[in-house]
Design a protein around this ligand. Structure first.
Ligand code: UD1
Length: 416
């Protein structure tokens, strides 16, 4: 029951609406802790990572209600600062609650966060930067305690760009005393969404969308209603589904302006793309070799979250290509699974060489993490025969219902 069955070899035709962004929803939900009162978050995806974040908020004393994609968080009763270890353990974004809870409660004790096994994913930079803002941290083997009687602003010159560290510092800074500078700040659209949410609630943040954020602490934020933007990674997933299986699909609400590096790459591989005000039309399949190495980078570069999906498309096009992963050191876990399907891929350090070749055939493969799992499903759409992707729970972390969306696009696929 924790699998997806795919009847491969059918080209796509149809339309699906792109869900709200996971990576924007999670820090925005954490940010509700900074606001005393009721916040309404619309277009929040119905995925297991959001479920775990809501459980964490409830365990802290929030009252949470949800009607489909509409979430209401009442933070009036927040009292606790210990979080249930099962939710912290499965989700890396629980680290987001650190900055927000320190601002709200002045103390946090939590286990080290989990998430997908795509690298070491340490939290050293989160802790180091928060110490600069007056936080005392005692690190144990399995958990740590952080305490700050008063958070104060600080100038953070960070050693590298991190999405999570930028978000945590924004959350810690909006109610801190004085000014905080974050440089280089990550510029991912999800950080812009978090800043827009906080600005709407009365925060003072300048430099949104640049690599230098300046935050002037305010005394109080007020409750707001906010709509989460569409998920560029989910849109990229269904784009690669069409690249692999061929056909023509319309991805309603796809945030094309946030997907420039991805769209450019898909076009070079042979896809026909048309950007409409309300979404993205994709036609054709990957038929060209990508001559340059596909290098993952921080935004606006090519996103690491779509790397395994493009690897699947390269393997299926028969043209091959090369990929260099610069963000996470362990993001090639899909390779042995794609090889079981007949792909010819070798990995040397952080480079993967995808050789072109014959068609892939479906078999039983295992998802090992979220995006790699989605990539196996997408690859199976274009492979011959019937395939099973096991460990669907990894995919459910980020996709509302990947089988439903792909059926809307004409795929022959079901839960198994
Ligand atoms: C976020 C996204 C994830 C995406 C990634 C990069 C969410 C919920 N997740 O993850 O989907 O793939 O950005 O775009 O938004 N690092 C350290 N020490 C730290 C923090 C990070 O060494 O304290 C390293 C990480 O191991 C990694 C790199 O920095 O190699 C970038 O990680 P980061 O940008 O922080 O990613 P996340 O916020 O975890």
């Amino acid at each position: 029951m924790d699998a997806v069955r795919i009847y491969g070899g059918k080209s796509l035709s149809g339309q699906t609406r792109i869900q709200g962004s996971k990576n924007a929803s999670l820090p925005i939900l954490a940010a509700t802790l900074l606001i005393d009162g009721i916040c309404e978050i619309e277009n929040c995806p119905d995925i297991s990572d959001v479920y775990h974040m809501l459980r964490l908020l409830e365990s802290l004393g929030c009252q949470v209600s949800r009607e489909k994609n509409h979430i209401r968080v009442d933070t009036g009763g927040v009292a606790a600062h210990d979080m249930p270890s099962d939710s912290v353990g499965v989700m890396r974004s629980s680290i987001m609650l650190l900055g927000a809870l320190l601002a709200r409660m002045g103390a946090v004790s939590m286990e080290y966060p989990g998430g997908c096994v795509i690298g070491k994913r340490p939290i050293d930079q989160h802790l180091c930067a928060l110490r600069r803002m007056g936080v005392e941290i005692v690190e144990g083997r399995e958990e740590f305690c952080a305490r700050a009687s008063k958070l104060h602003g600080a100038v953070h010159e960070l050693p590298f760009v991190s999405v999570g560290v930028t978000e945590n510092l924004v959350l810690a800074a909006v109610l801190a005393e004085g000014e905080t500078v974050i440089h280089p700040a990550a510029r991912e659209p999800e950080i812009q969404a978090l800043c827009e949410f906080l600005l709407k609630a009365g925060a003072e943040i300048s430099g949104v969308g640049t690599d230098r954020l300046v935050i002037r602490g305010v005394k109080k934020l007020h409750p707001v209603r906010f709509r989460v933007p569409a998920d560029r990674i989910v849109a990229g997933t269904y784009l690669t589904a069409c690249l692999c299986a061929g056909g023509s699909v319309f991805l309603e609400d796809a945030p094309c302006e946030q997907m420039q590096s991805v769209l450019a790459c898909a076009e070079r591989m042979g896809a026909g793309l048309t950007v409409w005000p309300d979404g993205l039309f994709v036609e054709g399949r990957a038929c060209n070799r990508l001559e340059e190495v596909l290098v993952t980078e921080v935004y606006p570069g090519f996103p690491t979250d779509l790397q395994s999906l493009f690897m699947a498309a390269m393997a299926l096009s028969g043209q091959g290509g090369q990929i260099e992963e610069t963000v996470f050191e362990n993001r090639f876990r899909i390779v042995p699974e794609l090889c079981k399907m007949g792909a010819d891929i070798t990995v040397e350090g952080n480079r993967a060489h995808v050789r072109g070749g014959g068609p892939l055939h479906n078999t039983i493969v295992e998802a090992k993490e979220l995006r790699g799992g989605a990539a196996l499903v997408v690859a199976a759409l274009a492979a011959e025969g019937t395939g099973i992707v096991r460990n669907r729970h990894f995919i459910d972390r980020g996709y509302e219902d990947i089988t439903l969306s792909l059926r809307e696009l004409g795929a022959d696929i079901e839960l198994a």
